[in-house]
Write a protein that binds this ligand. Sequence first.
Ligand SMILES: C[S@@+](CC[C@H](N)C(=O)[O-])C[C@H]1O[C@@H](n2cnc3c(N)ncnc32)[C@H](O)[C@@H]1O
Length: 197
Amino acid sequence: MREIWQEIYPLLAQQIVDDYKIKEGRCVEIGSGGGKLGLELAKRTVLQIYMVDINGDVLKKALANACEARLSSRISLIQANVEWLPFSDDFADMLVSRGSIFFWNDKPRGLSEIYRILKKDGVAFVGGGLSRYISEQKREEFIRARTAVLKDEQSRKEWERLRSPKYFRQILRQAGIPTFKLIPDPPGLWVEIVKDV
Ligand SMILES: C[S@@+](CC[C@H](N)C(=O)[O-])C[C@H]1O[C@@H](n2cnc3c(N)ncnc32)[C@H](O)[C@@H]1O
């Protein structure tokens, strides 16, 4: 599964650049981990990337990855909880977050913080998935491997519930986000939020 992950970040970054065409300004990555998605975006744009994670140790890894890719001048690292983002209103032209929302304690609160820091016409792309550019064969392989690591029926049901359109709609409604689009990307799901006010 590790090999598939390495393939996913460039594909996802390319999809985001192709779809939103935001190539300059500020991009906040929430729950960046080692910053793989943010670095792939940095390679394709001149965006300044703000990598945010609650865990300081993974940000050290993100810094090492940014130095190795010779992109550290365009990367800022911030240890913070998505529920209390240390950015002013209307800060970000774009916001991305892959594989993190499922771990947030207060998901509506995190989503409303994301909405607050987005600029007018800014775009947030939040959730999980493999990108539409992944081959069907790789997608099936990933789904099989994912199913195998979920230890029992209850874990599988919970994993799927957190990635269901019904659950996403519920937390987005609780966050007070007026318009959004859900984008299925099996076995995951994304939400695209364009701030139009
Ligand atoms: C599965 S990892 C995904 C890492 C990275 N986005 C990737 O795609 O490789 C989830 C990340 O979300 C971070 N995270 C979890 N809860 C968070 C929160 N409340 N605020 C900010 N980051 C959080 C974790 O520390 C972890 O690095």
